[in-house]
Design a protein around this ligand. Sequence first.
Ligand SMILES: Nc1ncnc2c1ncn2[C@@H]1O[C@H](COP(=O)(O)OP(=O)(O)O)[C@@H](O)[C@H]1O
Ligand SMILES: [Mg+2]
Ligand SMILES: [Zn+2]
Length: 259
Amino acid sequence: MTKSILKTKHVNCPVHGGYESNLLELFDGSEVWTVCPKCDYDQRTSDDPDVRASASARRETLAINEHLMDSDIPPRFRPATLENYRTDLAPGQGAVLARCKAYADDFATNWKMGRSMLLLGTMGTGKTYLGCAIIQKVIRAEGMAGAIARYITASDLIRRVKDTFDRKDISESLVYAQMHQPDLLVIDEVGAQHGTDFERQTLFEVINGRYERNLPTILISNLNLDEIRRFIGDRVIDRLCDAGGEVVLFRWPSVRGDV
Ligand SMILES: Nc1ncnc2c1ncn2[C@@H]1O[C@H](COP(=O)(O)OP(=O)(O)O)[C@@H](O)[C@H]1O
Ligand SMILES: [Mg+2]
Ligand SMILES: [Zn+2]
């Protein structure tokens, strides 16, 4: 319960007395006050199976919400799901969606194999949309209860590492540790920056660290495969394509303005 708490108030439960209730922001934009924790416990351990089921469902919903709120999916892409991705705007969208859907549906296997994916194509073709939709699907998937999936842009990642340089309380290794932890990490807008050695090294550190831990990474870029190889190095691309990692090409004009 971190990013989702909007405010807190003291509430009196007629059965258990005072408790702190939190107003939570849900991923869909709605808000909900948390219930009395002792009532919640009583319901979860109730003799009545219906009461038990609804209390567990509430708990499960809040746990998934927490993971969605912690995923850093940009608010603009919260409505982006695999179900509402349009395939009627350009030829090729259906095939690309099918591959992203297959990746997300079988994430349990992809996670075990450490299978990554590259989403490449020009601006406005829906790459960020699908990257975020995959994150959401992985977090919500029943077979992957508790999966942690995160979104970050390459420039944000580089900024976070740089920000630790003039601080005593945290070091760059903490940022790397955070990037090596999620079950799935989506790194967007790779190659949009200048491509200094430092930026390349930072991206290598993250992607290679995840590779060594056998964890999947999805890399998104406006560059084509040759350009991204040149930008980030063959070694990194080979690691991402290892274990059957796929390159998915978005080859149609921008749909910005069509949706
Ligand atoms: N197939 C689609 N269905 C619905 N909206 C889409 C689709 N493709 C792109 N969009 C929308 O078009 C805009 C550009 O997509 P975006 O994912 O940002 O492209 P990219 O990351 O490839 O530059 C966004 O507002 C996105 O929500
Ligand atoms: Mg994008
Ligand atoms: Zn109570």
